[in-house]
Structures are given as C-alpha cells and as structure tokens.
Design a protein around this ligand. Structure first.
Ligand code: HEC
Length: 270
C-alpha cells in the first residue's frame, strides 16, 4: 500500500515535471494556503537533486568534455573580461545556486567537501559529521538542520570522470592531492524551510532550478559574444561533438528535460 502511495506521488511529480518542461506553469501562480501539502520535502529534494545530476553530467561531458576537443577553454576566472573561457562544472553549479537565491523560491543549493579547493566550501558541524556516513555508504542524508532551521538533504558527489581527479589533485589551492576515480569528493546539499510542499510549491522548486540552468548557460553565451581572440562557436541545434558548435539554451534544456523524464519514468516502472 505504501509503495503504491509513493509511486502515485512520484507519478504526480513526474507529470508535473513534464508540465514545467513545456512551460505550462503560469508565472503568476501563487500558492494558496489551503492547497494540500502533497509532497514531503525529501521527495522534492530527491527529484531536484536528480535533475541536477543530469544537468551537471550533461554540461561536464557534452559541453566541457566535448568542447575541449574543439579547443574550447573552461576556467575559474571565466567571468573575467580578459579570460575567454566558459565556467567549470563546479562554477556552473554555483551560478545556478546564485540564480535560485535571487528568486522567490526558498531553495538552497551548495557544493562542499571535507577537503575543498575553496575554503568557503568546507563542510562543518553536523553536515561534516553526516558526510562521514555518506562517504562510507554513499546514501543520501535527510535531516533538519537546527542551526539554520532548514530541512536538509545531502547527496554524495562522486569523482565520475578522470578530469575531476586530475584537476582537483593538481589545483594550486587543493587541500588533497590523492583523489581517485570513484571517490566521494564532496556533497551536494539542498535546503528548504518546510517539511511538506503543495503541488504548486513543488513545481516552483523544479522551475527555479531549471531557470537557474538557463540563466548560467545564457551568461556563458554572453561571454562568448565578447570573445576577441578565440574563434566563436556557432550557437544553434548542434553540439560540440559535431564541431565548432554549442547548443542554444533551449536545446540544452530540452536535452535535460528528455534525459530526466526518461530516468524518472524508469524509476516509476521498477
Ligand atoms: C578543471 C578543473 C576542475 C574539474 C574538471 C572539476 N573541478 Fe571540482 N572544483 C574545481 C574548482 C576550482 C572548485 C572550487 C570552485 C569554487 O570556488 O567554489 C571546485 C569545487 C568542487 C567541489 C566543492 C568543494 C571544493 O573543492 O571547493 C566539489 C565537491 C567538486 N568540485 C567536485 C568535482 C567533481 C565530482 C568533478 C567531476 C565531475 C569536478 N569537481 C571537476 C575545479 C574542477
């Protein structure tokens, strides 16, 4: 019975995801306090974390990995006028988090580690303790953070590509030089102020994440417009795997949407 209930919820969220994807949520929609709180905060954070995995993998493999083969550059200082490069994956994620923070949806997103490159990403307090467990069993941790009074979900961030390891091990500011492929390098942490969400609120969370992705991707394309010395890729339907191309924002997001819908559907059919 419980499984059926859970799957129904997932199905609802899945359908909702499709609606968001098609731009079906009216911008002015607000949550009425009488609307039923149909989703637990854990369900919603798992769903948005899943979308984040797909977005980050697609960006890392197809844009950064594929782009490097075409001679595209990616750099920490990508927003510096003199640097003609795109954002590193970690900075792409931070850009999404910043964009979410600017909006009305009270969703927090952080990338952190026990051995970070950037000191501001150091895990501390309860999160540092729970991270020890995540490192051992790689399972997500859901808890209420007493300090911030926020419902929190932490997910393992695994070194899934050789580039993660080589860049972190060799970075001038690294605090650890022996990362290996498959290591849990850190955690992606999500926070939300309520323990349950209405349908509209759950949709707003997913939409805020997707809008954040579009915003950072657009920033990258804006940087490219100002390139003076580097050859600019053609922006449109094609991907770097086929040459000097970058997908347009809607092409990129459409791929995220298709990939996440497929995985969500597979998990529904288990
Ligand atoms: C080309 C270099 C580069 C690559 C490739 C790279 N990172 Fe990073 N990563 C960085 C830098 C630089 C930061 C610090 C960014 C900041 O200022 O927040 C960072 C931040 C992080 C953090 C937050 C903690 C910290 O170290 O500050 C984690 C976790 C992380 N990366 C994991 C990964 C994983 C997993 C991959 C592969 C999927 C990866 N990184 C690929 C350079 C890289």
């Amino acid at each position: 019975m419980n499984t059926i209930k859970l799957n129904l919820k997932k199905l609802l969220l899945f359908i909702s995801l499709l609606i968001v994807s098609c731009g079906g949520i009216p911008e002015e929609s607000t949550t009425s306090s009488s609307e039923k709180k149909a989703f637990s905060v854990a369900d919603v954070l798992i769903m948005v974390a899943h979308e984040n995995d797909i977005t980050r993998t697609l960006y890392t493999k197809a844009i950064v990995g594929g782009g490097k083969k075409q001679g595209f550059k990616f750099d920490e200082e990508w927003q510096d006028e003199k640097v003609e490069a795109g954002p590193l994956p970690a900075l792409f994620l931070r850009g999404i988090a910043n964009d979410i923070r600017k909006g009305d949806v009270p969703l927090g997103l952080y990338l952190s580690s026990d051995f970070p490159i950037s000191a501001s990403n150091q895990l501390v307090g309860k999160q540092a303790d729970l991270f020890k467990e995540i490192k051992e069993n790689r399972k997500p941790q859901h808890f209420f953070d007493e300090d911030s009074k926020l419902y929190t979900a932490m997910f393992a961030d695994v070194a899934g590509a050789p580039a993660c390891v080589s860049c972190h091990n060799n970075h001038p500011k690294t605090t650890k030089t022996d990362w290996k492929l498959g290591d849990v390098m850190g955690a992606t942490t999500w926070q939300y102020p309520a323990d349950s969400l209405s349908y509209t609120e759950a949709m707003s969370v997913l939409k805020a994440y997707r809008d954040g992705t579009t915003a950072v991707y657009n920033d990258y394309l804006e940087e490219i417009k100002n390139f003076k010395e580097t050859k600019k890729p053609e922006v449109g339907e094609k991907w770097p795997s086929s040459g000097n191309y970058l997908p347009a924002p809607e092409v990129f997001i459409d791929s995220v949407r298709k990939l996440s819908a497929y995985v969500t559907m597979s998990s529904l059919m288990k």
